[in-house]
Design a binder for this molecule. Sequence first.
Ligand code: KIV
Ligand code: ZN
Length: 529
Amino acid sequence: MNDPNRVLIFDTTLRDGEQSPGATLNLAEKLEIARQLARLGVDIIEAGFAIASPGDFEAVSRIAQEVGQLDQPPVIASLARCAKKDIEQAWSAVQWAKRPRIHTFLATSDIHLKYKLKISRNDCIEQVGEFVSYAKSFCDDVEFSPEDAGRSDPEFLWQVLSVAVQAGATTLNIPDTVGYCTPQEYGQLIEGIINNVPGIKAGKVIVSVHCHNDLGMATANTLAGIKAGARQAEVTINGIGERAGNTSLEEVVMALKTRPQFFGGLYTNIDTTQLVRTSKMVSSLTSIPVQPNKAIVGANAFAHEAGIHQDGMLKNPLTYEIMRPEDVGWNSTNLVLGKHSGRHAFADRLRQMGYDLNRDELDKAFERFKALCDKKKVVSDADIEALLTDQFESLGNDLFKLDELHVATGTGNTPVASVRLIDQDGERHEDAALGNGPVNAVCNCINRITGANAKLVEFHVHAVTEGIDAIAHVTIRVEMSDSEGKKYVFSGRSADTDTLVASGKAYLAAVNRGLQRTQLARRPVAESV
Ligand code: KIV
Ligand code: ZN
């Protein structure tokens, strides 16, 4: 039996988090994040939705084979609908882990039963019994989620959950799928489940909370559920996820740690000093920026601007600080590297930043680091993060690579870009295009060469560090349609000391993703899994 005070952290950054529009991660990026989640100390990694695409399947299997085989590894889970094929795929992918889990779900709210699934409550109960048993026939560790539990009739929910327990589920996860509940309601929902579903009070089954942030209450709801007796929290790094996102891991973990008396001594296994590092990695690999005022991991989370606050802080940090920045991993000593730094120092720095590169990746990163040192006197963590993001961005099987880019622009004339790309057979393709601005000219030119029908829908550029030699980090989202006119969003990013080069590379990365749509795209703009 688990320690009743231990709250398990189930991280779904790679599954629910990756459902954020345009956040698609490639295999190398997912592996890097999974390794960092293991270092952070999460108990369960939901590595993906194995049936969703061949890419998802491969990522879940590789994470199960690698991270799932560490000493004292986290549980590796895959999501599966209540369907044979889904469950079989989930099992094929997670079976390599020392501690595999199948997480299956079926909606239980009347709205979902009537309009989405078009089945009756009885059908729903039957399917839950059948498919939880089917999952159990492969895997001892089965989690069941009644989707849209937050809007389901509680008594019907108890019935469904009891059937799931009888069929072998050992974790019951209660999603507030559309972020509808208030903390009081959600706490009562969890309490009702604990009191009315056999097996929970005896400690045979764990209740889990899973909240969405549509009304900004995900963290509050999650904590209310934990206070009511849930002992697993499903969360994502930086709270990323579909629509307004999921509950953020760092907020829940730090609330429990900072308010032990209020939460009656509940604790997690998270190494909180890894929080900022993990947040930065996820932000840079998904291209989803962290808002500066984001709790715990936002750039301003520990910044004190008002004079009266600064005065208090100087007298005693306890006046305005309820957590110490170093406890969540804000390190004050951000050592810089430069052209005299060797491979060893560079590799060491990467490890400290949470990156675990293989030999080839390290060679490539070191080469780029050295090239950067020729342009920049000092190279900070932020520069290295940008450099790695750029390196991971290449899928390894890109249809086109940027070979050359020139732009002529200025006052009084129309910007013109000329671009040369190299395809997978090594053939060169060149063209030139005009644009209403230099970036637009580059994008038009890439469209002409690749034949992509891409439309730029978002463009962000930020200087990674201060100073004239700062690297420009560009994030781009493009919209592309398939042959049936369905629209998809793809993101790309790049970093370079030249903003236009970074823009061209980022745009091409997004277009490459789009062109490989059959493999990667699962989510039309106006649709979700
Ligand atoms: O929000 C939700 O309902 C989910 C389930 C699939 C667990 O993510
Ligand atoms: Zn969810």
